[in-house]
Design a protein around this ligand. Sequence first.
Ligand code: HXC
Ligand code: NAP
Length: 294
Amino acid sequence: MAGAPEDVDTDDCLSSYTHVYSADLLKDQVAFITGGGSGIGFRIAEVLMRHGCDTAIASRNPEKLSEAARKLTAATGRRCLPLQMDVRQPDTISAAVDETLKQFGRVDILINNAAGNFLCPASSLSFNAFRTILEIDTMGTFNTSKVIYDKWFKDHGGSVVNISATLGYRGQALQVHAGSAKAANDAMTRHLAVEWGPSGVRVNTVAPGPISGTEGYRRLGGPTAERTESFRNIPLQRAGNKTEMAHAVLFLASRAASYVTGATLVADGGAWFTSANDVERLLGFWSSEKKKDK
Ligand code: HXC
Ligand code: NAP
């Protein structure tokens, strides 16, 4: 069995990288990546750029984005445009896409990666907390997809890859907000694949499992999350890494998947089949974190 590809746990570029696809797979294409300044989105940007692509990385925090863009260009030699926007505000998305088209003249790939999450039992979740996650994850994915479709994909075709999660498959404990949001996105992938296929737009999803070196995993995994023994229940016996998620995205985004649309590629080492869904353990972790905050 092949081992994991190179990765680093921080939001830094890889010190070495071995191509598993042809290095010019995305030559002179342009990708727009929401949440591309950190975590999985940062590595997606890097790996796409290492395959000849220029990128726009878009989220709320301009300092984080500028620093990320600097690192990405230094490591790959490709252009990276940092753009401030909030996926909940269509006007800001519109301005960011206009700027991308002005700077690069095209957009070929959209990666809907921006998301928000925290552990919280449904009984303690405020109405606004539930709405906030739906607005970032679900409305944000629709808003960004629609703006890019209207401004470019409708006339030129393109490829959308949404970043989902397996949380809703078994009703993951303390995750009703994010699980519901990602389940809606999985349906959206299929609806948009059907409606936009005739315009030459493919729409697909990658659903990661537990991915090391990410904010998502730090927030959800609990205190023992990164210990090796916590992965014993996963068929592949380890956490995934960000480079592996970027490779799954690259496949779906590129011409390697030219006849694939409406698909969800679960990239989780088989975790959702076998991992614990332990309400008591997560409630214990959640209450101990709450006590620390007081
Ligand atoms: C309960 C919470 C909460 C928490 C916020 N809220 N944090 N409720 N537990 N830990 C509530 C607030 O009290 C408020 O409700 C409402 O949510 C909105 O909070 P704001 O702070 O005003 O929202 P905002 O500034 O928009 O920030 C969004 C955020 C924040 C999601 C709350 O954490 C964020 O920006 N996250 C981005 C980074 C992130 O989450 N990365 C992880 C992605 S991983 P009230 O009622 O008080 O007004 C992922 C899946 C991983 O998505 C799967 C792993 C297996
Ligand atoms: P992360 O680094 O926190 O990534 C989330 C990104 O979204 C951040 O860069 C953030 O940037 C951006 N963002 C949040 N709210 C936004 C908003 N309103 N508008 C625009 N951008 C916004 O976390 P991650 O763990 O890498 O997660 C990346 C993706 O993978 C998410 O879709 C997540 O659900 C999915 N996922 C992760 C795991 C895991 O194990 N980590 C597992 C399954 C699925 P700003 O703060 O600058 O806005």
